[in-house]
Design a binder for this molecule. Structure first.
Ligand SMILES: [Zn+2]
Length: 112
């Protein structure tokens, strides 16, 4: 009989044991990081990001889980919404670069 205690689990280097414990069996999950902050109008979406690994052994794949959280902004929306996408790590890096480049350009123009 196979013993499947926690000590047998091979976690990824980035795995957060507390978060991993809430993931489905066989999955791994990193610490969640969120973009929130000053939003007096209550209309700017937030985002939560964490890494996950789905599957086991040679059939496992890492993804970046990004969830966008929106809030009612103009009176027509009545509920908060959450939209989740799973990105392969390479695509997440490219998206991060695009966001950084666009934000820097917009902030430069705003300052000038
Ligand atoms: Zn884990």
């Amino acid at each position: 009989m196979t013993d499947t205690t926690e000590s047998d689990t091979q976690h990824t280097a980035w795995c957060d044991p507390a978060e991993c414990a809430t993931a489905p069996p066989g999955w791994h999950q990193s610490t969640s990081r969120s973009v929130t902050g000053h939003d007096p109008e209550g209309i700017h979406p937030g985002a939560t990001v964490h890494a996950v690994q789905l599957g086991t052994g040679d059939d496992s794949h890492p993804y970046i889980d990004m969830t966008i959280h929106t809030e009612p902004g103009d009176g027509t929306d009545t509920e908060d919404q959450a939209y989740t996408v799973l990105l392969i790590p390479e695509r997440a890096l490219t998206l991060g670069h695009l966001l950084t480049t666009a934000a820097r350009a917009a902030m430069r123009q705003q300052a000038g």
